[in-house]
Design a protein around this ligand. Structure first.
Ligand code: CTP
Ligand code: MG
Length: 228
């Protein structure tokens, strides 16, 4: 079984103009989370979808569930204070089998596509975990004090990480359990938690359009793309 976990429980503090949490902001008449949810719904490879929302928005999310036609969306759960906690709560309530594939996706990336979803499943089935990554055209520089550069790594070896990240359920569940035991609660991505245990992670190519809506400028960029 392939299960998508769509994370929509953040506050969106970097989108200051809006009253609603980022994933619930209206984008052409639909909440932002609708867009990625709809791509997972349409993907033949996905069996079920779990949406993770802020506690105060559970009721609204259930209303949306009734109004939208997403038969694979069978569960809505309340998230936590940090992204890591949101994922861990969802995993604890998932009722999954060890070999199931879990795709963890940010609702803030509305333009994920079906190719990315299919390749994530293929690679994580084989390797245990998969990362969606993007080559950078800009060179990355390292500066610890923001005044002077410490080093300039080889551009060909550095990538940007997008979501989804995908895992066999037993691998990601153990990674979250260990992080919790070790007092880590604010990791911004799930792959890190697997990597720290020495887990293997395969890679698949992301897409420039699969960007994360973080600021107002990103929202305008999204509107420019989807209203074409
Ligand atoms: N997320 C979540 N639970 C949290 C924090 C984040 O489910 N406690 C989700 C967000 O809803 C988002 C994704 O994780 O889809 C990526 O996080 P980010 O872009 O940082 O979103 P927010 O945390 O909502 O934004 P900000 O950091 O600006 O407050
Ligand atoms: Mg955040």
């Amino acid at each position: 079984m392939n299960i998508a976990l769509i994370l929509a429980a953040g506050k969106g503090e970097r989108m200051e103009k809006h009253q609603l949490p980022k994933a619930f902001i209206d984008v052409l008449g639909k909440p932002l989370f609708y867009y990625s949810l709809s791509t997972f719904q349409n993907s033949e490879k996905i069996d079920r979808i779990v949406l993770v929302v802020p506690k105060d928005f559970l009721k609204l999310a259930h209303e949306y569930q009734i109004n939208f036609n997403f038969p694979k969306l069978t569960q809505i759960v309340v998230g936590g204070e940090t992204r890591q906690q949101s994922v861990y709560f969802a995993l604890q309530n998932l009722n999954a089998s060890p070999k199931d594939i879990i795709l963890i996706h940010d609702a803030a990336r509305p333009l994920v596509n079906e190719r990315i979803i299919a390749e994530n499943i293929e690679v994580s089935e084989k390797i245990g975990a998969a990362a969606t990554i993007l080559q950078t055209s800009d060179t990355i520089v390292v500066s610890k004090n923001r005044k002077l550069i410490d080093s300039i790594p080889k551009r060909e070896e550095y990538y940007l990480e997008q979501t989804p990240a995908s895992f066999r359920f037993d691998i990601i569940y153990k990674a979250h359990q260990c992080a919790f035991i070790d007092g880590i609660s604010d990791s911004s991505d799930d792959l890190q938690l697997v990597a720290r245990l020495g887990g293997k992670i395969g890679i698949i190519d992301g897409d420039k359009d699969n960007f994360k809506v973080t600021s107002e400028a990103d929202l305008n960029h999204l509107l420019a793309i989807i209203s074409k």
